[in-house]
Design a protein around this ligand. Structure first.
Ligand code: GLA
Length: 393
């Protein structure tokens, strides 16, 4: 059974009525890592793996959540809630919190969700959950919130309720994603542009299964380091508010005003921003080999300068660098584990997968998982039942 049918059936079994079903995808990011919170550029895409939420309103103020994959539930009142120690409910309760803070009138509801986005792999399952849920509530209670406002609301909920100071990329691509297109987002102006991704190339994700427990603390620390960099540069260039405003020349002029570590971090971000623009130009020129080289360069910076990689991710990228049929490869997402993203000629996919799995096994005594993914659409409702969701416009 597909996941739409699965959440719908479970919902009917638990609550005996017809729900609205929403599909909310995971994402990959081709290039532009750790640039979003520096008001720079990113180039993500929504993928074919997703979370499905079945949801319908209730007549009272109670909210129930059922996580199918964990077989766990959580209940709270729409008027009184606090963070849960179970973890996963916070991605959803945080959205309710933000909606209430923004003055929206919500009633109670029942919700069942399940998905096939690997958790902790850096594919933004958390943003998928937040955004799918925000999208569903927006429909269910006819809140008339536009897409961009939903994005900001979900990001704020992760910042405030979950405590990860993430940028805007994951929530943004989740809803603006389009089949067979990459999306370049300017994280300052929030202007965006689609780039057709119709090349004869496969996207392969190699999942290290390394737990990213370090990730949120180190992630927040990288943000602070970038702020330190901005402060150092501002002494000479007071107009600077984010690393987006800083060129390499400016940074070099200020080299003595900061530590070697902060210099490295800033240099990476400035160069990565430029790489996104260069990579987009390569796409426009149908120059896939150059596009791939920017991915390898991005990884080098993430590993040596921004220092958010790990030995398993480095090993995978080093392996693939030597294979001519691999166009480009790099670690993806926040870092410290999760996946590498690899662009591979379709004819070589099986061979690359077998080779990498064997070598990785020899070195780390366990296999990476390999997912072949495609670029899909953003969040959308897949099943609307007018009777059950009376307030849907
Ligand atoms: C996480 C965050 C994003 C972004 C990436 C790194 O996925 O949620 O906002 O900062 O890390 O590029």
């Amino acid at each position: 059974m597909n996941l739409t049918g699965l959440v719908e059936n479970k919902f009917k079994e638990l609550y005996d009525r017809q729900p609205l079903v929403v599909r909310s995808p995971g994402r990959v990011n081709l290039i532009g890592e750790h640039t979003d919170y520096n008001e720079g550029y990113v180039l993500p895409a929504a993928i074919d793996k997703a979370i499905y939420l079945a949801i319908a309103p209730r007549n009272d103020r109670t909210c129930t959540l059922f996580a199918f994959d964990k077989n766990e539930s959580h209940q709270f009142s729409v008027d009184a809630f606090s963070p849960s120690r179970k973890g996963w409910p916070n991605y959803l309760v945080g959205v309710v919190d933000q909606l209430r803070k923004a003055g929206h009138d919500l009633g109670g509801f029942d919700c069942v969700f399940a998905g096939d986005i690997p958790i902790g792999a850096g594919l933004s399952s958390s943003a998928a959950l937040e955004m799918g849920f925000a999208f569903a509530l927006n429909h269910l209670f006819d809140l008339k919130i536009d897409k961009l406002a939903l994005v900001k609301l979900a990001q704020k909920s992760e910042n405030e309720f979950v405590g990860v100071h993430c940028g805007i990329m994951d929530q943004f691509i989740n809803i603006f994603g389009r089949e067979n297109n990459l999306l370049r987002i300017d994280c300052r102006s929030l202007e965006f542009k689609y780039f057709a991704f119709d090349f004869d190339v496969s996207i392969i994700l190699l999942d290290t299964h390394i737990s990213r427990s370090l990730a949120s603390s180190e992630y927040n620390r990288r943000r602070e380091e970038c702020n330190e960099g901005v402060n150092a540069v501002r002494n000479r260039f007071p107009q600077v508010t984010h690393l987006r405003d800083v060129s390499l020349e400016m940074l070099n002029e200020c080299r003595q005003d900061t530590t070697g570590l902060i210099y490295k971090r800033c240099k990476y971000v400035i160069e990565e921003n430029q790489r996104v623009l260069n990579a987009c130009r390569a796409l426009e020129n149908r120059d896939l080999p150059s596009f791939g080289q920017y991915l390898f360069e991005s990884h080098r910076g993430l590993s040596h300068e921004y220092e958010v990689s790990c030995k398993e991710l480095d090993f995978l990228v080093d392996l693939t660098r030597a294979i001519p049929d691999v166009v480009g490869s790099r670690m993806m997402g926040g870092g410290f584990g999760g996946c590498t993203i690899n662009l591979v000629h379709p004819r070589a996919v099986d061979e690359v997968r077998a080779f990498v799995t064997r070598k990785y096994n020899q070195r780390f005594r366990s296999g990476p998982s390999c997912y072949i993914t495609t670029v899909g659409a953003g969040t959308t409702s897949v099943k609307l039942d007018e009777n059950a969701t009376a307030r849907i416009p």
